[in-house]
Design a protein. Structure first.
Length: 329
């Protein structure tokens, strides 16, 4: 019989109706009590790590989650982490960088409706997560509404629907039909890897979404505030150089040694900064290309990379290196 560890962090799945709306209050045992019969399938031990609405998620909690998996890695065959949906995609990406060469599954799941409510999707999602955590597969995954998504590729696309999550620029790993896991493509377990834990982070990063009219002066206040910047530009990726000149400001920041990653506000198909003049004008030797990574992966990746080096060229090299299938070229 497989042995799993359930780590709980809060979210809607653990929420009860309070005076001020939904508040995460249930602990790991309360959640397990809603799932009778589970111990016939596998043995599940549980541990409550935190109990927060994931809107309150902090990078320090990612470290706590990664450490918990690392600490108990040898004792269990797989891990299920229950989590709020709002920042679940950031967490699954962060864990994908912190825990590499996994030979066991780390499955992140949650729900749109609390587990104690009649129309809850929590029971199905946990059942699917447990099912997938029993697979012979390594890596970090999001399991939601019957789909398995690579940890670095998930985004929360819908605020209310059960099918809240999508896999961006990458196929679903699998679909789960009750007891049956149907893989989209054959996956091979790379055996005899030694799992690596690396939780060093530099959280001094900024994420800026461009819009027509954004003030160049805004970028001045970033100079002393951050070690790295992610710019969500438009379409195929370009920076405005006419009218309010943002390109000039980015060049100033680059001259100060601040690494800048360019991504796009378009969810699908990634940037292609070589296509237009607005992209080519950006110095491609120093700017960091995000290709088809999503923002939820870029932000924790930049924190993780900056936790290792602040040398702009090395940051560029590491950011542009695919990790956990976050980039496909
Ligand atoms: N569905 C949810 O879990 C949303 C909740 N606000 C959270 O992220 O914790």
């Amino acid at each position: 019989m497989k042995k799993l560890m359930l780590l709980t962090t809060g979210g809607t799945i653990a929420s009860l109706e309070g005076e001020n709306g939904l508040v995460p209050e249930m602990n790991a045992d309360d959640i397990l009590r809603h799932l009778p019969g589970f111990n016939l399938l596998c043995q599940i031990d549980s541990k409550a790590l935190i109990n927060i609405d994931s809107t309150n998620m902090q990078p320090e909690y990612w470290v706590e989650m990664a450490n918990a998996v690392y600490e108990h890695y040898e004792e269990y065959d797989g891990f299920v982490i229950t989590h709020g949906t709002d920042t679940m995609a950031y967490t699954s990406a962060a864990l994908s960088y912190m825990l590499q060469d996994l030979e066991k599954p780390v499955v992140v799941t949650g729900s749109q409706i609390p587990i104690s409510f009649k129309k809850t999707d929590a029971k199905r999602n946990i059942a699917d997560a447990v099912r997938f955590a029993c697979e012979e597969i390594g890596g970090v995954y999001v399991v939601f509404d019957g789909r398995v998504i690579q940890g670095t590729r998930a985004i929360k696309l819908r605020t209310k629907s059960y099918d809240s999550f999508e896999s961006i620029n990458y196929p679903y790993i699998a679909s789960i039909y009750k007891e049956h896991v149907e893989y989209s493509k054959p996956l091979y377990l790379v055996e005899n890897k030694k799992m690596k834990l690396d939780t060093s982070l530099c959280t001094d990063v900024s994420l800026v979404k461009l819009f027509p009219g954004i003030k160049p002066e805004f970028f001045d206040c970033l100079k002393d505030q951050c070690q790295g910047i992610v710019i969500e530009s438009y379409g195929s990726g370009g920076i405005p150089f006419q009218g309010r000149n943002i390109l000039e400001k980015l060049n100033e920041l680059i001259a100060c040694g601040i690494p800048i990653v360019i991504t796009t506000q378009c969810l699908e198909e990634g940037e292609d900064m070589e296509l237009y003049e607005v992209g080519r004008k950006v110095n491609q030797d120093v700017i960091i290309r995000s290709r088809n990574m999503n923002t939820e992966a870029i932000v924790p990746k930049l924190m993780w990379v900056l936790g290792k080096t602040q040398d702009p060229q090395k940051v560029k090299e590491l950011m542009e290196t695919p990790i956990a299938d976050d980039i496909t070229l």
